[in-house]
Design a protein around this ligand. Structure first.
Ligand code: SF4
Length: 403
């Protein structure tokens, strides 16, 4: 195995991770969707013609070999996990329960669902199998926008799906939305926010539309067929989202995530607090100790590798101390709770030090002097001015990895 030293980290060319500790968060990536959305750059493929049962058999094998015991959280993501039949989901969740014992350990078990593939009976089966959080991909309350997105459901189907999971007994529901979409006015988004609030979900994820590389949306933007809103207007969308949702007791606990009291997504909080996690399935990434590694991004190749050796990792890397520290600040500042310098060092696996020797603290102090961060009793947070620029500001900390 070759090892290459790059900017404070070791990169190795095969994914070999130790087995994760008991209690580690568990993510399972199920890559099939009804169709590929035009803005999406996640690893997912249209389900038609795919060997879904073959992939699920490989995922179950990887669970047997790599899943942590007693995970604190479980997240079935994708892709569109709800696209699987109730029987397929049952087999998967029963394997997970037998291997990990998550039924006694997990405080949160989430499944991502799309409106076209979840109905009351399926939701009831999922609840009986231990799922206790449903994340529904609404994305828009405008049928023309859904069509532009390449989504295969209507607004009416979204609302029916919401009612179906509630009728089945779900008490923790997230709805996903994208704002600042082409042609969308601020007034139209405000009206949508009103409709979201009226549904009374426990959690809302609301993202500014991004035009990711290698997506039709990016191509259409470059061809001038789609228009991006000016930055000032995007900031207004951001502000109005926070104001409207917080007025309805949905607090912004992360830049794009809002929750009622105690309903923040525990699984995602683990990512932002730079905790360990195990990812199962094609393209899934894991972090065990301070080493990250990822599986191959191909359904066929994933199945072949699992059949051959039981492992599908194709890369792993161990960031150096400064890179880990920078990443911890980069992630932690996304949260409303912020972080202290000592917490950041602990999460990065570093011993406490005097302030003057902490390179991340020097960056935080500079950004605070410029008005982007604030510090209260040693806890650092983005300021109101810094919040909408979280990504750019947080990148300042990632530069530590190059030092
Ligand atoms: S349903 Fe989700 S994962 Fe699938 S293509 Fe659309 S956005 Fe991507």
């Amino acid at each position: 195995m070759s090892v290459e030293h790059t900017g404070g980290r070791e990169r190795v060319d095969a994914g070999e991770l130790p087995r994760a500790r008991e209690g580690t968060a568990l993510y399972v990536h199920l890559p099939f969707c009804a169709a590929k959305c035009h803005y999406c750059d996640f690893f997912s493929v249209a389900a038609e013609g795919q060997d879904i049962d073959g992939l699920l058999a490989a995922v179950r094998r990887e669970i047997e070999l790599r899943a942590p015991r007693a995970p604190r959280t479980v997240f079935l993501g994708g892709g569109t996990p709800s696209l699987l039949s109730s029987a397929q989901l049952r087999e998967l969740l029963e394997t997970l329960a037998r291997v990990t014992g998550f039924g006694d350990s997990a405080v949160e078990v989430t499944i991502e669902c799309n409106p076209e593939s979840v109905e009351r009976e399926k939701a009831r089966v999922l609840l009986a199998l231990g799922v206790n959080r449903f994340s529904l991909g609404f994305q828009s309350t405008d049928d023309r926008t859904l069509e532009l997105f390449g989504r295969v459901h209507s607004v009416e189907q979204s609302l029916r799906a919401y009612d179906a999971v509630r009728a089945a007994g779900a008490t923790n529901v997230n709805v996903d939305f994208i704002y600042a979409t082409p042609g969308q006015s601020l007034q139209a988004w405000e009206a949508t926010l009103g409709r979201i609030v009226a549904l009374a979900p426990e959690h809302v994820s609301a993202y500014n539309l991004t035009f990711e590389e290698q997506t039709p949306f990016r191509r259409w933007l470059e061809l001038g067929e789609l228009e991006k809103h000016p930055e000032e207007l995007e900031l207004e969308f951001f502000d109005v989202t926070r104001a409207r949702l917080s007025a309805a007791a949905l607090q912004a606990y992360e830049i794009s995530n809002f929750a009622r009291h105690a309903r923040a997504c525990e699984h995602n909080l683990g990512y932002w607090r730079n905790r360990e996690y195990v990812g199962i399935g094609p393209s899934a990434v894991s972090k065990v100790g301070f080493t990250r590694g990822g599986n191959v991004k191909s359904v066929g190749e994933y199945m072949r590798r699992i059949a051959r050796s039981g492992a599908a990792g194709v890369w792993s890397e161990t960031p150096g101390a400064n890179a880990r520290l920078g990443e911890t600040w980069w992630l932690g500042l996304r949260l409303a709770e912020g972080l202290t310098a000592d917490e950041a060092r602990e999460r990065a696996g570093l011993a406490p030090t005097v302030d003057a020797l902490d390179p991340a603290l020097a960056i935080a102090e500079r950004l605070a002097a410029e008005g982007w961060l604030e510090c209260e009793h040693g806890r650092w947070r983005l300021s109101a001015r810094g919040l909408p620029l979280a990504d750019a500001l947080a990148r300042e900390f990632l530069r530590l990895g190059a030092s």
